[in-house]
Design a protein around this ligand. Structure first.
Ligand code: PGA
Length: 250
């Protein structure tokens, strides 16, 4: 049985004060949604604060990115061993904003995935097509290419310790969500691709949906056979909304 994961990608939002309040709210409601695993992804500078607030709770934390390198002259970057220092359970890799705004290639994303695994931090690998790609009918080949770069570098067994997030770029922050069936079709495709290499790993890998998921649509999305939770942006900045999404997955 795949336990659902509801992950809050806070992106470049929040302050020490707002994060304290947000975490208080999430902690207060976490017991009610214990059937679902919760995780939050603050900006790097708030990692220590988040660790302090969440240590000893069932809520996991991680970061939105990491360097492919372990240390060295890489100004402005944060390395895997540093995430380990702050006991991150997960790290998001290959988010579409990293791919499009910061030029991360499929190969670089694969190296970041490897860097995370090296230090025992589980990568959440984001894949997904743009609107143009969907309109051209190439969704599956785009997702397959993004997945293949990681499979080629790290192998199928790596997904024993990883999560995938399918995030159609056209649904991120736009208020436009994939229909449950549209999402399910791509999730099933991803699982089938994994199954070609190892059916057991495929059956156990969690595949999250991301892209304008909110309490109003999360229940029907998470009811689909291959949707194992959500990667939530906007709606994760409000404890009530975030918990309502988690509740719909219980
Ligand atoms: P959104 O973001 O929920 O605000 O659409 C999702 C994401 O980018 O992870």
């Amino acid at each position: 049985m795949r336990r659902k994961l509801v992950a809050g990608n806070w992106k470049m939002n929040g302050s020490a004060e707002s994060i304290r309040g947000l975490l208080e709210g999430i902690k207060a409601g976490a017991a009610e949604v214990a059937a679902v695993e919760l995780a939050v992804f603050p900006p790097f500078v708030y990692l220590e604060l988040v660790e302090q607030q969440l240590s000893g709770t069932a809520i996991a934390w991680g970061t939105q990115n990491l360097s492919e390198h372990a240390s060295g002259a890489y100004t402005g970057e944060v390395a895997g061993p540093m995430l380990q220092d702050f006991h991150c359970a997960y790290v998001i890799v290959g988010h579409s904003e990293r791919r499009t705004l910061y030029g991360e290639s499929d190969e670089m994303v694969a190296r970041k995935f490897a860097a995370a695994r090296k230090v025992g931090v589980k990568p959440i690998l984001c894949v997904g097509e743009t609107l143009e790609e969907r309109d051209q009918g190439v969704t599956e080949s785009v997702v397959e290419r993004q997945l293949k770069a990681v499979l080629d570098l790290e192998g199928i067994e790596a997904f024993n310790d990883a999560v995938i997030a399918y995030e159609p770029v056209w649904a991120i922050g736009t208020g436009r969500t994939a229909t449950p069936q549209q999402a399910q079709d791509v999730h099933a495709f991803i699982r089938a691709k994994l199954a070609e290499q190892n059916p057991t790993v495929a059956a156990e890998t969690r595949i999250l949906y991301g892209g304008s998921m909110k309490a109003a649509n999360s229940g029907e999305l998470m009811a689909m056979a291959d949707i194992d939770g959500g990667l939530i942006g906007g709606a994760s900045l409000d404890a009530k909304d975030f918990l309502a999404i988690a509740r719909s997955g219980c």
